[in-house]
Design a protein around this ligand. Structure first.
Ligand SMILES: Cc1cc2nc3c(=O)[nH]c(=O)nc-3n(C[C@H](O)[C@H](O)[C@H](O)COP(=O)(O)O)c2cc1C
Length: 403
């Protein structure tokens, strides 16, 4: 396809020049940093969650611990950070400064309050400062102000509806997004509570409460603050599947604009978020790990992808995968697949053989050249061998009609 690809998206009336936005976190907690991000090409930024001046925010350090697996560093990131130490009086000034220097970029503010009056004050002051949208953190894993420790507003549908309606009532001009937690039994119930409150959109979803690890020599949990720790907010690549499920459920069953966050590291992840219903995609851990510069890859990658697909606009991706996501009883049952091995690309690491022998259906034998041979009678097509094989396209599916 030739011609210009349109990367712009619109969410609740707010226009973004591309779908890539910095989420509330360390990369948005300093005005000069946000300016650098805009200069690099990010379409918008949600400033780190702020509160009224009387709120005491006392951070502890170190606040970050990574989850490594085998030789891969930071497949997930845990933090025991809190909201910003910068209160509304400072953030109002930052909003005004950013909007005057970068009028075409989206400046969002994230807020958290302990009382109705605080939530509403924050909204009024930020609107007056010129913010483009307001996101409400109902989902900080360190607990919400005014609630019992560890409880998040978005774990309770009634509270979610009530607090979101206070915020919405105070907003005259800007859309209100409610940032929810995936840590609930029924995400659709929470999504419906947000919709009933009149709020405009949902940010799905925040970090997930986790315990990052224990030092097996000292018995200290990570990140260790002088020997002790607490439950972290878990983010990064490891949580992407949970976010995808949350966005898909909300898009299918609630029908409300969604800003996706939680585990997007690459442009491909962003495409997946949009395919299940996100209108734009927020990034935090990827930027903390690899810098604002990833925006070049995000924009180039998605542009090439759309070009290859013959699509002229990124917004056409939104929701395209949803009809293919069904409940288990609706899955097709009239065919089966069996694995087939490409003998030329096999690296003879035996992983498929071992996995099938001890975790599957004993359908793989090794021949005299130590190459895997599939027993099609025994193979049920479970997918384990394809999943463990380190070589792309070495083991593939063959479709076999039943009966
Ligand atoms: C160190 C750290 C601090 C964060 N602080 C906030 C915050 O103040 N408010 C908020 O709504 N989310 C906060 N988040 C959550 C991020 O905005 C984001 O939703 C989450 O990390 C999942 O996205 P990711 O996997 O791209 O990082 C924070 C995340 C990290 C890692």
């Amino acid at each position: 396809m030739t011609g210009k690809i349109d990367l712009s998206v619109e969410l609740c009336g707010v226009k973004f020049s591309n779908p890539f936005v910095l989420s509330a976190g360390p990369p948005t907690d300093d005005v000069e940093m946000v300016k650098r991000a805009f200069e690099a090409g990010w379409a918008g930024a949600i400033l780190k969650t702020t509160s009224v001046e009387s709120e005491v925010v006392e951070l502890v350090y170190p606040m970050i611990a990574g989850l490594d697996f085998e030789d891969k560093k930071v497949i997930g990131l845990g933090n025991i950070d809190l909201i910003s130490e910068h209160h509304i009086d400072e953030v109002e000034g930052r909003v005004a400064e950013l909007k005057s220097e970068f009028p075409d970029y989206v400046v969002g503010a994230s807020i958290m309050g302990a009382r109705k009056e605080d939530w509403q004050t924050l909204v009024r002051r930020l609107e007056a400062a010129g913010v483009d949208l307001i996101e409400c953190s109902f989902s900080c894993p360190q607990g919400s102000m005014g609630e019992k420790p560890g409880a998040m507003v978005a774990q309770d549908p009634k509270l979610t509806r009530e607090v979101a309606s206070w915020v919405k009532a105070a907003a005259k001009r800007v859309p209100i997004f409610i940032k929810i937690t995936p840590q609930v039994a029924d995400i659709v119930e929470i999504g419906r509570a947000v919709k009933e409150s009149g709020a405009d959109g949902i940010t799905a979803s925040n970090t997930i409460p986790a315990l990052m690890g224990i030092d097996i020599n000292s018995f200290e949990p990570h990140p260790s603050v002088d020997g002790k720790s607490t439950y972290s907010g878990y983010s990064g690549a490891a949580i992407k599947p949970i976010t995808l499920r949350v966005i898909a459920e909300l898009a299918k069953h609630v029908g409300i604009p969604i800003s996706g966050t939680g585990g997007a590291m690459t442009w491909q992840d962003a495409v997946e978020f949009m395919l299940v219903g996100a209108g734009n995609v927020q990034f935090c851990t990827a930027v903390m790990r690899n810098g604002y510069r990833i925006i070049d890859d995000l924009k180039d990658g998605i542009t090439d992808y759309l070009q290859d697909k013959g699509m002229s606009s990124v917004s056409k991706l939104i929701g395209l995968a949803l009809p293919k996501i069904v409940m288990h009883p609706e899955l097709p049952r009239d065919y089966k697949v069996v694995a087939q091995v490409n003998r030329k690309t096999c690296v003879k690491d035996d992983l498929c053989y071992i996995a099938c022998r001890d975790g599957g259906h004993q359908a793989i034998e090794l021949d005299e050249e130590r190459l895997p041979v599939i027993d099609e009678e025994k193979c049920v097509g479970c997918g384990l061998c394809v999943t463990v094989c380190p070589v792309w396209d070495c083991i593939t599916w063959k479709r076999v009609e039943k009966g």
